[in-house]
Ligand binder design. Structure first.
Ligand code: AMP
Length: 285
């Protein structure tokens, strides 16, 4: 019999966690927007290995969508998600009612500066305010000792690390590597929205990214490498490249060389209607 419990209210969640804490158990949380895939499950597995009790949260956060159409199209597969989590060993799937996250009169927004500038921050106004606000709430509601975030959403990861440091939140943020399909495409809930043909073409994204990262790491000038990678993406069937940028890996400041330390190459591009993001490290050998 499964030990996984579905909890929908903050009150029930608090009661459960109170009992765990009283027993001296540590708590890990894995915040998600559902439509779970192996990438999410790798975070759960890590949480299971490092904490006594694991909460997976599923909340499609309206405040981090800057487009109503994107929010409406976001896949919702709660029943399947529960089934996928059963063998993972997670203890609670927390699917809060929107009112448990944003009660009537809710009027607080957390806005993180610095790392949220540019990249997704430039193309999705308000997105990281929505992320920071909901993550702060989920960390506090779950009272987690450790929270697991994917490097797949690298700018989000750094935003959450900044949030926790700046607000003295007690949760340790654990970065987890990006899981990829066989052709290198980063697993993502959004991949479900690709047609089979688009899914095939999308493999060009990680190929262009890894190729460009390798060339920059080998000493080629970033400007021309990125220009040719962008061309390659458009030639491969991407309709639009929102950004393809080299940034400092620690603070996301724009960089042109690796002189200031490890860098990260980050991309957002549209395959048909679907916006895909990815990023890879760029370091000298
Ligand atoms: P999401 O449901 O897309 O909001 O993602 C929930 C968490 O899973 C975030 O911390 C993501 O960075 C992480 N995640 C999403 N895709 C992957 C992946 N392919 N590999 C590892 N982590 C991922």
């Amino acid at each position: 019999m499964s030990g996984l419990r579905l909890i929908r209210t903050r009150r029930d969640l608090r009661a459960e966690i109170g009992a765990w804490k009283a027993a001296g158990l540590t708590v890990g949380v894995v915040p998600t927007m559902g439509a779970l895939h192996e990438g999410h499950l790798s975070l759960v597995e890590r949480a299971r290995a490092e904490t006594d009790r694991v909460i997976v949260t599923l909340f499609v956060n309206p405040r981090q969508f800057n487009s109503a159409a994107d929010l409406a199209a976001y896949p919702r597969t709660e029943v399947e998600d529960f089934e996928r989590l059963v063998p993972s060993g997670a203890h609670i799937l927390y699917v809060p009612d929107p009112e448990d996250i944003y009660p009537p009169g809710f009027a607080t927004t957390i806005s993180v500066g610095g790392v949220t500038q540019g990249l997704c921050g430039a193309f999705r106004p308000g997105h990281f305010d929505g992320v920071a606000t909901v993550v702060a709430k989920l960390l506090l509601q779950s009272q987690a000792d450790r929270a697991y975030f994917g490097e797949k959403d690298y700018q989000q990861l750094l935003t959450v690390q900044r949030l926790v440091a700046d607000l003295d939140l007690l949760t340790c943020i654990v970065p987890c590597p990006t899981l990829r399909d066989g052709d290198g495409l980063a697993m993502s809930s959004r991949n479900r929205r690709l047609s089979p043909q688009e899914r095939d073409l999308a493999g060009a994204l990680p190929r262009a990214l890894f190729d460009a990262a390798g060339r920059i790491a080998a000493g080629e000038a970033a400007g021309p490498v990125l220009a040719s990678a962008q061309k390659a993406l458009l030639a491969a069937g991407f309709s639009r490249v929102e950004y393809l940028e080299l940034r400092n890996a620690a603070d996301l400041a724009p960089v042109e060389t690796l002189e200031g330390g490890p860098a990260r190459l980050l991309v957002a591009a549209f395959m048909g209607e679907v916006r895909l993001i990815d990023n890879v490290p760029v370091t000298t050998a």
